[in-house]
Design a protein. Structure first.
Length: 102
């Protein structure tokens, strides 16, 4: 028997689905938001943008921006006691706190 493929988006139909009021293109403000090292950000995956998308297991987690790398940001996230490093584009990040990030 052939083993079932376990791809990048396996079992993520509900996670990577936009709500009824979020359908369509994402605001450009979310793509041009700037973060600085030390900012705490929430990972909120935008399913309409595939570039720079972190793994769906990190949807909803919070991490710290470590550095800017190209068009994306390096974010450190704690995952079951381990510190993991993700490279995400700003479309998939939201600032934690008072400032609105898109």
């Amino acid at each position: 028997m052939v083993r079932k493929s376990k791809g990048f988006k396996n079992h993520s139909r509900q996670k990577l689905k936009k709500g009824d009021r979020e359908r369509g293109l994402t605001s450009i403000a979310r793509a041009i938001t700037r973060y600085s090292p030390g900012d705490m950000v929430h990972i909120d995956i935008d399913p309409g943008e595939h570039r720079g998308m972190p793994h769906p297991r990190f949807q909803g987690t919070t991490g710290e921006v470590v550095e800017e790398r190209g068009r994306g940001y390096v974010v450190e996230v704690r995952d079951h006691g381990c510190v993991k490093t993700l490279t995400c584009r700003p479309e998939h990040l939201r600032l934690q706190g008072n400032r609105d990030a898109g």
